[in-house]
Ligand binder design. Structure first.
Ligand SMILES: O=C(O)CCC(=O)C(=O)O
Length: 357
């Protein structure tokens, strides 16, 4: 191999896949190309040390598996098997440039409206939940730490029918093909996570949805801003079923089919959070997603995200679906939310204020 080739390979090896090839080349180079090794020994040492420092830091991030959009029968099957086993599916480069721009435009517009609702609430002396009772308007929910900072906006699809069409044509149709049956949107929201925005503590979604009827949910997460560890990207638990297997507090039959509810905190500021003795045992994968990516999660995979410690927003849209076979529940869900907004079920492991939290 040429001198340039070795240097290029070494540089590329700081990403993970070429690790073994890089080490192999080092060993070969050591014996066969001693001259290069001598000439570049400081470069080799630097690359090897920085590679291992990197690998240790980001090992868990690298463990998350990402796919491309499925197109062949084989790829669909592969994604079905992965999703069923892991409860999450990360698809890189799912959206086109134009789609990303449209999603960002919708989010900008919704962000401005949500912010003006919070300001209006403050100026009128009414809380935002009171204003949310007006049907057909956006539901804006502030961060518990700041009544003027939008945490999330909900019921977007009522106010933006073109966004609804977009979701059905892209996300719902992908979910339908993945599951080989029709799904419908159950709830829809944007979590804004502005700088300083709070954490979503470890939780499973199912207990928060359970009382509305459907048993199966798939949430599509669309990153509007690049999500990073620093700005509070989503983490999912890797092999969570194996981690808690054998625990007497967990239903073994439910666990076997990936539907076990882990013991969680009821009431108080951590309402909905998986009890720490379980979440601390989990191995968490950081999904550092780009606005081109799509992530699907089922409602049992434990997940969380940290506060936004950066100076930029970490906005993400979430479109939760249920099987059409189990009925359409979106309207009933938002009606309930508009009229009992402080019910803790709507503030499950979130940095927002609910009754009794
Ligand atoms: O926005 C996030 O980081 C987490 C979202 C989430 O888990 C939720 O809204 O339930």
């Amino acid at each position: 191999m040429s001198k340039q080739g070795i240097i290029l390979l070494a540089a590329m090896s700081s990403t993970f896949d070429l690790k073994k090839l890089f080490l192999y080349t080092c060993v070969r180079g050591f014996f066969n190309e001693w001259v290069y090794m001598r000439t570049f020994r400081f470069l080799w040492i630097f690359l090897a040390v920085s590679f291992y420092a990197n690998a240790n830091d980001s090992n868990r991030i690298e463990n998350a598996v990402a796919f491309s959009s499925a197109s062949s029968v084989y790829e669909w099957d592969e994604q079905r098997v992965f999703f069923k086993k892991n409860g999450y599916l990360w698809i890189k480069n799912f959206f086109s440039n134009e789609q990303v721009r449209s999603l960002q435009n919708w989010t900008d517009e919704i962000g401005v409206t949500a912010q003006s609702i919070l300001t209006l609430a403050k100026n009128s002396g009414k809380n935002t939940q009171y204003l949310a009772q007006v049907p057909g308007t956006l539901i804006a929910v502030p961060e518990s730490s700041n009544p003027l900072q939008v945490c999330r906006a909900e019921d977007l699809l009522t106010c933006y029918p073109d966004l609804h069409l977009f979701v059905v044509g892209t996300l719902t149709s992908y979910i339908n093909q993945l599951t080989e049956e029709p799904y419908v949107v159950f709830k829809d929201k944007i979590n804004f996570k502005w700088p300083g925005g709070g954490a979503f503590i470890p939780h499973q979604d199912f207990p928060a949805y359970e009382s509305f009827g459907p048993r199966e949910h798939i949430t599509a997460m669309v990153s509007i801003d690049p999500a990073t560890v620093e700005n509070g990207c989503l983490y999912v638990a890797e092999e969570w079923q194996e981690t808690v297997a054998g625990d007497p507090a967990i239903n073994a039959l439910d666990l076997e089919v990936g539907r076990a509810i882990l013991p969680y905190i009821v009431g108080g500021s951590s309402h909905g959070s998986i009890q720490p003795q379980y979440s601390e045992k989990m191995s968490w994968l950081a999904l550092e997603t780009s606005p081109y990516d799509l992530v699907l999660i089922n409602s049992f995979v434990p997940h969380y995200s940290e506060p936004n410690r950066s100076s930029n927003s970490r906005r993400a849209m979430f479109f939760t679906h249920n099987r059409l076979q189990e009925g359409e529940h979106r309207e009933a869900y938002y009606q309930a939310k508009r009229y009992d907004p402080y019910n803790p079920t709507f503030h499950f492991a979130t940095p927002t204020d609910g009754r009794n939290k």
